[in-house]
Design a binder for this molecule. Structure first.
Ligand SMILES: [Zn+2]
Ligand SMILES: [Zn+2]
Length: 341
């Protein structure tokens, strides 16, 4: 079978791999049909995030089940499913409490498409087949009528956007209507999803970015957009703020824009140590949340929001034929989805 392999920044190639087979009773084999780039894939392709070469890429997508082990009961051959980017067993203590991003049966960062940091090589979604070792635990059926292209990022970036605002929905709802405000310091796609979910919850969303394509997408997703690098210091502070870049200065500005006892969630990946304005956070009691999403746990609830009318389609910038991936993958700057029949 073929899989798309990272050979170095800007260099990707299709490689032949041994065909996969069912070897365990809880396993399924799936064939990806709509695969999105993760924000991290773009950073790796650009060389911004250094990564050892030689691994299969792709960890966001919708796939069709093509084979199942004897113990699999929740999906059948032919079903369309969302495959979470994190690999998790479903039975350990961490999985049972919903911390599916840190399954204790597997290496801490166990995931697809990023073997050098995942602690295992689970393959990538830009492949003819993908092995899902815990099919009943991991796979989520795609409801009828949901567009695979729109939700290809439901494996990873969509849950990452959701967790910045979803857990604070009741906090926002308890405020006076005029105070239900969310600030999103957006970069790449996670900020767009955060803006979409906050807007769907009825909040006023101020989206800050400098990229014209993302500003246009954020507006379609319901945000008030601001073409600027940082929030203005004169803006009234927000109960909920979201930071999605790897720029320390923007993180600090976002933290400072959070009101007393508010919450600021950061999805950025900082490789270098970063100074935080801890005294300002302490005196105002700002809750600072970082860490990785627990994708599998939140996917079903997000699908309910989507079925209820939260349209994420504007976040997708490009749809590209599968066979063009080796040429297009290194040039991606925004949410790109590769599809095949
Ligand atoms: Zn990712
Ligand atoms: Zn587990």
């Amino acid at each position: 079978m073929r899989q798309l392999t990272f050979d170095g920044p800007g260099e990707y190639a299709w490689r032949e791999m041994p065909h996969l087979e069912i070897t365990a009773p809880k396993q399924a084999l799936v064939r990806p049909v709509a695969v999105a780039c993760c924000d991290l894939d773009v950073a790796v392709a650009e060389g911004v995030l250094p990564m050892a070469p030689g691994h299969a890429v792709g960890h966001e997508g919708v796939a069709e089940v093509v084979a199942i082990g004897d113990d699999v009961t929740s999906v059948k051959v032919g079903d369309r499913v969302v495959v979470p980017f994190q690999i998790n067993c479903g039975t350990c203590s961490a999985c049972r409490r919903g911390v599916t991003g840190s399954c204790s049966s597997l290496p801490l960062m166990a995931m697809y498409g990023m073997a050098p940091i995942a602690g295992l090589d689970g393959g990538g979604f830009m492949a003819d087949l993908v092995s899902v070792p815990y099919a009943d635990t991991m796979l989520v059926a795609l409801p009828d009528g949901v567009d695979p292209v729109t939700v290809a990022s439901l494996s990873d970036n969509i849950p990452d956007g959701w967790r910045t605002v979803g857990p604070y929905q009741s906090e926002l709802a308890a405020l006076d209507p005029g105070e239900r405000r969310v600030l999103v310091a957006g970069r790449r796609s996670i900020g767009l999803y955060a803006a979409a979910f906050a807007s769907a919850m009825g909040a006023h969303v101020d989206y800050v970015d400098t990229d014209p394509q993302r500003l246009a997408a954020a507006e379609k997703l319901g945000a008030t957009v601001h073409d600027r690098r940082k929030p203005d210091r004169s803006w009234a502070p927000y109960p909920v703020t979201v930071h999605t870049s790897a720029e320390p200065e923007l993180l600090t500005a976002t933290l400072r824009a959070t009101w007393p006892d508010g919450v600021c969630t950061d999805t950025g990946l900082f490789i270098q140590p970063v100074e935080l304005p801890l005294l300002a956070l302490y005196t105002r009691g700002v809750r600072f949340v970082t860490g990785r999403a627990n994708a599998r746990t939140v996917i079903p609830g997000i699908l309910e929001s989507i079925s209820a009318g939260c349209d994420l389609a504007p976040a997708v910038d490009r749809v590209v034929p599968w066979d063009d991936a080796a040429e297009v993958w290194p040039t991606m700057t925004s949410k790109t989805v590769f599809t095949r029949d």
